[in-house]
Ligand binder design. Structure first.
Ligand SMILES: *[C@@H]1O[C@H](CO)[C@@H](O)[C@H](O)[C@H]1NC(C)=O
Ligand SMILES: *[C@@H]1O[C@H](CO)[C@@H](O)[C@H](O)[C@H]1NC(C)=O
Ligand SMILES: *[C@@H]1O[C@H](CO)[C@@H](O)[C@H](O)[C@H]1NC(C)=O
Ligand SMILES: *[C@@H]1O[C@H](CO)[C@@H](O)[C@H](O)[C@H]1NC(C)=O
Ligand SMILES: *[C@@H]1O[C@H](CO)[C@@H](O)[C@H](O)[C@H]1NC(C)=O
Ligand SMILES: *[C@@H]1O[C@H](CO)[C@@H](O)[C@H](O)[C@H]1NC(C)=O
Length: 684
């Protein structure tokens, strides 16, 4: 920064000394004379010719009056010199003016630079405040690496971690640059800082295959990040272990570095080395495991979908546990996810619980019922005993008795199992879809819990949404009307206030019931309804059926938006009165949740697929979202919604306000249910 400023300030002098022009080609004498003149007159600018003449006459007066030839010649000579001098004056004035302007400009540039520096400094200051957690994480990860290199014992490391988190340490608690110190110096500082008091920090380690924004395929990614951040805000210590996929977005990891010591994990009869990388993403400590011998496991185009997925994720699960033990972590809960890391359950209870993890408990979250059926022998790859586990009450598949079922193993070997659904009840999940796990879930039903997915209210909240022309909230709805008009104007729709705006957003055209949508549009077109249909698919749809659909629906009240444009999708929620929803169980797009938050009614896309009627259980245990939906929009067709808007606007408004007031964020019900589950298993 300093260098930049001095360069800028240096500019004017280099400008004037280097500038060319007639002045520099003049002789020294002219310059000397000019110098004399300018000093004498004291005023260079705008010196008029007559007064110069007068002054000259005054000086040379006696000689001129003699009017001899000699005199005449001298007179001409003087006049010649004079003209020359005057031209030089004018020229120099111009140059001086230029130089002043240049100086002015440079000064202005300097001001701008100083302003920029001030802004940068302010940003850095606030960054430091935000980075408190990151600082704490840096320390925690340094402790991990100190255990691996044998500098401290696992017990001391455990105590240190708890204390650091309980005291919410920040950079202010330590000498500056402490993170640049060697391990030994850092350890010394830490020991000085932390006196011996012990506490009860709750420590959760996710072993998982996705985490936004590093690697995101489905709702698992946003769940791991959203829940972890909410838990950390409530004082929990949460960290995440992920495979180091070749495709990982490493720009999202702060302070990423490889720790010096290798970690070894058992697989297929021997130990294999892993490289371990640590860093921080969104304030959450992240550990990345990169297999050395099996480098190809995670250097692939996709995250899932290979014939050796069982081997890949089993290797990762075992390596995560080996690393946890080696780094001396003693988490309260190992949180595992879907079938991919469900094998951690049996691995933990059969092998690792005896390695100093006696106080750790296992929680499995199922986002779906994808299952992996394998030959029992394959269990020995990660050190498990097929004969012990291939049994009906353990991993044997309920249908295909010759095979083992990894997800079933996760359910059997976990202390709690959370099913994520905003809308389905527990009994619906156990007995509803035909997933083949019914007998297992029935036996273990006491440990099953249903939790809604949370919702990222830092991005999706109309009161602080930076994409809207005017913010609004349930307490001040004026902005909603502004957003509606803005959306209508953007799309060339009439904005006279009498039309109802219906939005529809989709990701995959193949998921959309185009026929229902078409009949809905046709059936309501006479009622002054405007439709906005937004295609969020990553690759712009080359789908013929969508093209002809657009062609058929082209009309005054229908608009299509097909671009990946965050601002537009926010405006569609904010500007719409109604959002059509293919389902109320929508973990990926969360259309119904976003609609409610933005003061739009989530209404079923098709009446016969009013899947909700069948999917919602009117059950005391239902989530807040499910309870609200079943008492409001569950049975409402688009036509009924339009009727209510026209005939009973105050009732409609009340429903909208109630929907907006629901807190569906990660910090609300989702986090509460997880905390109860963690607490319950800790007490087991
Ligand atoms: C320099 O800038 C100031 C204000 O920015 C202006 O008043 C002044 O006339 C400028 N001088 C020249 C020589 O351009
Ligand atoms: C809406 O709120 C956000 C966050 O506070 C702010 O950045 C943005 O400027 C606001 N929008 C308007 C139009 O005021
Ligand atoms: C508003 O526009 C709709 C068409 O979009 C039209 O049917 C209606 O008559 C208009 N109302 C007024 C008051 O102009
Ligand atoms: C296009 O969309 C229709 C309807 O959703 C679907 O049936 C069809 O398979 C899609 N075609 C292609 C080429 O994606
Ligand atoms: C069209 O709307 C009428 C009521 O206005 C309703 O009875 C009918 O079922 C609707 N048809 C479709 C296909 O939605
Ligand atoms: C919705 O419909 C179902 C059956 O179709 C009915 O049992 C339920 O009471 C209805 N809910 C509301 C809120 O009207």
């Amino acid at each position: 920064m300093k260098a930049l400023i001095s360069t800028a300030i240096a500019c004017p002098s280099s400008f004037s000394s280097n500038s060319g022009g007639p002045f520099h080609r003049e002789s020294a004498s002219v310059r000397a004379r000019f110098g004399c003149w300018s000093r004498k007159s004291g005023e260079v600018n705008g010196l008029p010719r007559p007064s110069v003449h007068m002054e000259l006459q005054g000086q040379e007066g006696a000689n001129i009056s003699q009017s001899s030839n000699e005199d005449k010649a001298r007179h001409d000579d003087i006049w010649g010199l004079f003209k020359e001098a005057q031209q030089n004056i004018l020229y120099l004035n111009k140059q001086r003016q230029k130089a002043l302007e240049e100086l002015n400009r440079t000064n202005q540039e300097k001001e701008l630079l100083l302003e920029k520096i001030a802004i940068l400094e302010a940003k850095m200051q606030s960054g430091f405040v935000k980075d408190r957690l990151s600082f704490c994480w840096e320390l925690l990860l340094r402790i991990d690496s100190m255990v691996l290199t044998g500098i401290i014992s696992t017990n001391e490391a455990s105590d240190m971690r708890r204390l650091l988190v309980e005291r919410k340490v920040s950079g202010d608690d330590f000498p500056t640059d402490i993170l640049q110190e060697t391990d030994v110096k850092l350890l010394h500082e830490l020991r000085n800082f932390l006196s011996g008091s012990k506490g009860n920090g709750f420590h959760i380690v996710h072993i998982c295959t996705e985490m936004s924004p590093l690697v995101s395929v489905g709702s698992l990614a946003s769940y791991v990040t959203g829940l972890s951040r909410a838990l950390q805000r409530k004082g929990y210590l949460v960290e995440v272990i992920l495979p180091k996929y070749g495709s990982l977005d490493l720009d999202e990891v702060q302070g990423l570095r490889e720790i010096e010591a290798e970690s070894y994990s058992y697989f297929n009869g021997q130990l294999h080395a892993n490289r371990i990388w640590i860093g921080v993403a969104y304030g959450i400590g992240v550990t990345l495991i990169e297999p050395k011998d099996y480098a190809s496991f995670f250097n692939r185009e996709k995250v899932y979908g290979y014939s050796d997925d069982f081997e890949r994720f089993t290797y990762f699960s075992r390596a995560s546990l080996d690393y946890i033990v080696k780094a001396g972590k003693k988490p309260d809960v190992l949180h595992i996810h879907n079938w991919e890391t469900a094998i951690v359950g049996p691995l933990f209870w059969d092998i690792f619980v005896k390695q100093g993890l006696g106080d750790t408990r296992i929680l499995l979250t199922c986002h779906d019922f994808r299952q992996s059926l394998e030959q029992p022998d394959k269990l020995s790859l990660c050190g498990l005993d097929p004969a012990r586990l291939h049994r009906p009450d353990r991993l044997q598949d309920n249908t295909n008795k010759l095979l083992i079922n990894i997800l079933k193993g996760g359910v059997v070997y976990s202390n709690k199992v959370i099913f994520l659904s905003s809308i389905h009840s527990k009994s619906r999940i156990i007995y509803g879809p035909n997933h083949g796990l019914e007998p297992t879930l029935d036996i273990h039903k006491d440990k099953l819990v249903v939790a809604p997915l949370g919702f990222d209210s830092s991005i999706w909240d109309p009161s602080k949404d930076r994409f809207l022309p005017k913010n609004y909230s349930v307490d001040d709805m004026k902005g909603k009307a502004v957003c509606k008009v803005a959306l209508q104007q953007q799309l060339g729709l009439s904005d006279n206030g009498s039309s109802v705006l219906v939005g529809f957003i989709f990701c995959e055209v193949s998921d959309v019931d185009l026929e229902s949508l078409k009949s809905l549009v046709r059936n309501t077109s006479s009622r002054g309804v405007q439709f906005i249909i937004m295609d969020l698919s990553k690759i712009p749809s080359a789908n013929m059926s969508l093209g002809s659909f657009q062609e058929e629906l082209k009309g005054d009240g229908v608009r299509f938006i097909s671009r990946q444009d965050e601002a537009s999708s926010h405006l569609v929620f904010a500007g719409s009165d109604i959002i059509l929803c293919p389902s109320f169980h929508d973990p990926i797009l969360q259309l119904p949740e976003k609609a409610l938050k933005y003061g739009a009614a989530p209404v079923a896309l098709s009446s016969n697929s009013m899947g909700f009627r069948h999917s919602i259980d009117h059950h005391a245990e239902a989530t807040r979202f499910s309870q609200f939906i079943s008492s409001t929009f569950e049975n409402m067709s688009l036509n009924q919604a339009l009727d209510e808007i026209r005939n009973n606007p105050s009732k409609w408004k009340q429903r909208i306000m109630e929907g907006m007031a629901l807190d569906l964020s990660w910090d609300a019900e989702c986090c509460d249910i997880h905390i109860s589950a963690y607490t319950a298993i800790k007490d087991l």
